[in-house]
Design a protein around this ligand. Structure first.
Ligand code: C5P
Length: 232
C-alpha cells in the first residue's frame, strides 16, 4: 500500500458513520474504526464498511498479557481489516504474540502497528505518573525499535517524529500519523499539529484525519484537499 489518507470515523453509532460515508459517492476512502464505533456496533460494522469497498484500520489499541492479546488478535484477524494496532508498552513478548495470533492459517494478516506514547501523554505525565525519566523523544524511538524488532510493520506517531522513526527503523517501517490540521483550520485538542503537506515532507506513510474532514461543511472537499496535499 502506498501513501494514503485515513479518515477517523469517530462516530457514536453505525448509522451516523454509514450516512457520512454515503456522501463520498463512488470514492472509497481508507476508514479508521476506533473504540467508540466498534464498542457501539460490534464486529459487524467492520464487515459492513469493508463490504462497501473501503480499507479499514481497526484502531483498538490492544494491551494485555501476551496470551490474551494473541487470542484476541486471532479473533480480529477474521474481520478482514487491513490494519490494526496495539500499545508498544505491552512489551516485545506481547507484540510477538499479537503477530502470531493475527496471522491467518493461509499466512496473510492485516498490517500491525504499535502506539508508542499517546500524544495526550506529555513530559510531566511521563515523568511524574509513569515514572519514566527518559525524555519523550527517546522513549518513542525505543518503543518504535522494540516494535520493529518484534516484527511489526510500523508505529502510530506524531508526524513530527516520522522522519526520525524512518532513520532509526528504516524507510519501509510505516509511520501512521494523527495530529493533522489544515493551515487555516482549528487545531481543537491536538497540541502538536502539522498540515498534510508538511506530514508528506516529513515522510509520513499514512495520515489519520478526523475532525478536519468529519466536521467540515463539505467533508468530501476536505478529504480531497488532504489527498491533494499529502499524496499529490
Ligand atoms: O479529529 P482528529 O483529527 O484529531 O482525530 C485524530 C484521530 O487519531 C482520533 O481518532 C484519535 O483518537 C486518533 N489518535 C490521535 N493520537 C494518537 C493516537 C490516535 O489523535 N496518538
Amino acid at each position: 500500500m502506498g501513501k494514503d489518507v485515513i479518515i477517523a470515523c469517530d462516530f457514536a453509532d453505525g448509522k451516523t458513520a454509514l450516512d457520512f460515508l454515503d456522501r463520498f459517492e463512488g470514492k472509497k476512502p481508507f476508514v479508521k474504526i476506533g473504540m467508540e464505533l466498534y464498542y457501539s456496533e460490534g464486529p459487524k460494522i467492520v464487515e459492513k464498511i469493508k463490504n462497501r469497498g473501503h480499507k479499514i484500520f481497526l484502531d483498538l489499541k490492544l494491551h494485555d498479557i501476551p496470551n490474551t492479546v494473541k487470542k484476541a488478535m486471532a479473533v480480529l484477524s477474521r474481520l478482514d481489516a487491513d490494519m490494526t494496532n496495539l500499545h508498544a508498552a505491552g512489551g516485545s513478548a506481547m507484540m510477538k504474540a499479537a503477530l502470531e495470533g493475527l496471522t491467518r492459517p493461509d499466512g496473510s494478516r492485516p498490517i500491525l502497528i504499535a502506539v508508542t506514547q499517546l500524544t495526550s501523554t506529555d513530559a510531566g505525565t511521563l515523568k511524574n505518573e509513569l515514572l519514566i525519566d527518559t525524555p519523550m523523544a527517546e522513549t518513542v524511538m525505543k518503543y518504535a525499535g522494540n516494535a520493529m524488532r518484534s516484527g511489526l510493520d510500523g508505529v502510530v506517531c506524531s508526524p513530527l517524529e516520522a522522519k526520525k522513526v524512518h532513520e532509526n527503523c528504516g524507510e519501509k517501517f510505516l509511520t501512521v500519523t494523527p495530529g493533522v490540521r489544515f493551515a487555516d483550520g482549528d487545531t481543537g485538542d491536538q497540541k502538536r499539529v502539522m498540515t498534510p503537506a508538511q506530514a508528506r515532507l516529513e515522510g509520513s506513510d499514512y495520515i489519520v484525519v478526523g475532525r478536519p474532514v468529519t466536521a467540515a461543511s463539505d467533508p468530501v472537499a476536505a478529504y480531497e484537499r488532504c489527498l491533494k496535499e499529502f499524496v499529490g
